[in-house]
Ligand binder design. Structure first.
Ligand code: IMP
Ligand code: MG
Length: 173
């Protein structure tokens, strides 16, 4: 039987996201719209809580990428499974990701979105594992920096399970 140990509680996540949302809104001049691009599936819960902590000037869209394929290590070969529905031209885009591990997926995504003539592109990630980084990638807003654990919950999965946990946990025996 697999057990999970809570690393970040619901309350910790909620508080941090409220602080992040306020920080993000402070960074963009009043009157400027903010377009959030959520990365499916892992980023869905973070996106849902982040937008509810923000004001009405926010719009959103989603992308789906395949990053790991069937293995457990990032190859850097990323495929766009679902693209955004509307143009990013002239918009203040913020990529909303669950976790930055090696950074390969995000690095690739930033490159393709920057090529679409947005006004700006920034990145918000709930979690970052800096000790695993293979490429130097800019993350403007980080919820929590964590050690090298494989974590699940709050959108993150192991073999498509545990995404629905309302907290972040480390998988055990
Ligand atoms: P990267 O390209 O190595 O940065 O991989 C990023 C993607 O791998 C994330 O968006 C997640 O989908 C997945 N991933 C990386 N670390 C974890 C983890 O600890 N738990 C669950 N998924 C992870
Ligand atoms: Mg992801």
């Amino acid at each position: 039987m697999t057990t999970t140990t809570i690393l970040l509680s619901e309350a910790q996540i909620r508080d941090r996201i409220h602080t992040l949302a306020a920080e993000i809104e402070r960074d963009y001049p009043e009157g400027e719209d903010i377009h959030l691009v959520g990365v499916l599936k892992g980023g869905f819960m973070f996106m849902a809580d982040l937008v509810r902590a923000m004001t009405a000037r926010v719009s959103m869209d989603f992308m789906a990428l395949s990053s790991y394929g069937k293995g457990t290590t990032s190859s850097g070969q990323v495929m766009v499974l679902k693209d955004v529905d509307s143009s990013l031209e002239g918009r203040n885009v913020i990529i909303v990701e669950d976790i930055v591990d090696t950074g390969l997926t995000l690095h690739y995504l930033q490159d393709i979105l920057k090529a679409r003539a947005p006004r700006s592109v920034r990145t918000a990630c709930l979690l970052s594992k800096p000790s695993r980084r293979k490429v130097d990638v800019q993350v403007d807003y980080i919820g929590f920096t964590i050690d090298d654990h494989f974590v699940v919950g709050y959108g993150l999965d192991y073999a498509e399970k545990y995404r629905n946990l309302p907290y972040i946990a480390v998988l055990g025996e």
